[in-house]
Ligand binder design. Structure first.
Ligand code: SAM
Length: 307
């Protein structure tokens, strides 16, 4: 498909180029703002999974540039953007290249907010999609949990969090997890997001973590910077303790080469010793099975009939 036909077919793609946005995604954040007024009063913001940078451009144009133009003595807005990929510079945006699922990246972001908290965290992160909806939805949810870890360290009480989600059968679980931390959670689909895409955005308002919640517990969800396979049994379950202990994780064990408990398998015709297959007695038969009396009653009634 040529550029011109894409311009014709995708109005947002064309408009993005006309207005100088690096990606059509810019319109998604702008439309979320039109509906939810997310930039009001925002002075500090984190843009997670930011490359190529259209959301950071929106943040710069909406927050940083107007404040700079006003030339007041007030502190200029702080915008920190993170991505695995390098990103060309944007005025007023501090860039961190790293993986948001790693504790090391989270620590770098947290350091930028040393002593003060962010008003808004946005995350447009998406893993490379496989086309397997369940798998894509799961990996996306893991990315959101990593984002939530950073949120729990840097977002002020009352702050907002916007995150891309993939709508699927586990959306309600994600909703409940987010509801633990925010008074209001809305799943929104901006007009510029294609209907054919399962993408939507969680708009989480009024950050209000549960009483007794310790952000460092959630931090343990992140892959460890040094050795992610470190045998620390607390690593994945600690955040489910205390006020967070609401959902019990379910783990399917065993690899696909194992036997399937629901399938029938043919009996071996000859065993390893060369004799034909013989069924073995149970290692320890039940001592007093409840069916024992029934068998005895049946035997004695058969005996009576035989007389
Ligand atoms: N909001 C961006 C914009 O407006 O230009 C677009 C973001 S793009 C849809 C998704 C981004 O998520 C990619 O740049 C990708 O590198 C990033 N990403 C995916 N997984 C990540 C991770 N674990 N840590 C950091 N960035 C990640």
């Amino acid at each position: 498909m040529g550029k011109a036909s894409k311009d014709k077919r995708d109005i947002y793609y064309r408009k993005a180029k006309e207005e100088g946005w690096r990606a059509r995604s810019a319109f998604k954040l702008l439309q979320i703002d039109e509906e939810f007024n997310i930039f009001e009063g925002v002075k500090r913001v984190v843009d997670l999974c930011a490359a190529p940078g259209s959301w950071s451009q929106v943040l710069s144009r909406k927050l940083y540039l107007p404040a700079k133009a006003a030339a007041q003595d007030e502190e200029l807005p702080l915008i920190v953007a993170i991505d695995l990929q390098p990103m060309a510079a944007i005025e007023g945006v501090i860039q961190v290249q790293g993986d948001i699922t790693s504790a090391r990246t989270a620590d770098v972001v947290i350091k930028h907010f040393d002593g003060c908290k962010a008003d808004l965290v946005v995350c447009d992160g998406a893993p490379d999609v496989t086309g397997l909806h369940d798998m894509d939805e799961f990996v996306q949810a893991q990315l959101i949990l990593s984002a939530l870890t950073i949120v729990s360290h840097v977002l002020r009480v009352g702050g907002k969090f916007i995150a891309k989600i993939f709508r699927g059968k586990d959306t309600s679980l994600l909703y409940c997890q987010l509801k633990l931390f925010f008074s209001t959670v809305t799943f929104a689909k901006p007009k510029s997001s294609r209907n054919s895409s399962i993408e939507a955005f969680a708009v989480c308002e009024n950050y209000n973590p549960p009483e007794g919640f310790n952000p460092t517990d959630l931090h343990k969800l992140l892959e460890k910077a040094g050795n992610p396979y470190d045998d620390d049994s607390d690593c994945c379950s600690a955040w489910l303790e205390g006020p967070n202990k609401i959902y019990i994780p379910f783990l399917a064990c065993g690899d696909l080469s194992g036997y399937d408990a629901d399938q029938s398998y043919p009996l071996p015709k000859v065993d390893s010793g060369g004799t034909s297959y013989q069924s073995l007695e149970p290692v320890q038969p039940p001592i007093a099975p409840p069916y024992k009396t029934a068998i005895e009653m049946k035997k004695s009634s058969n005996g009576r009939k035989d007389v």
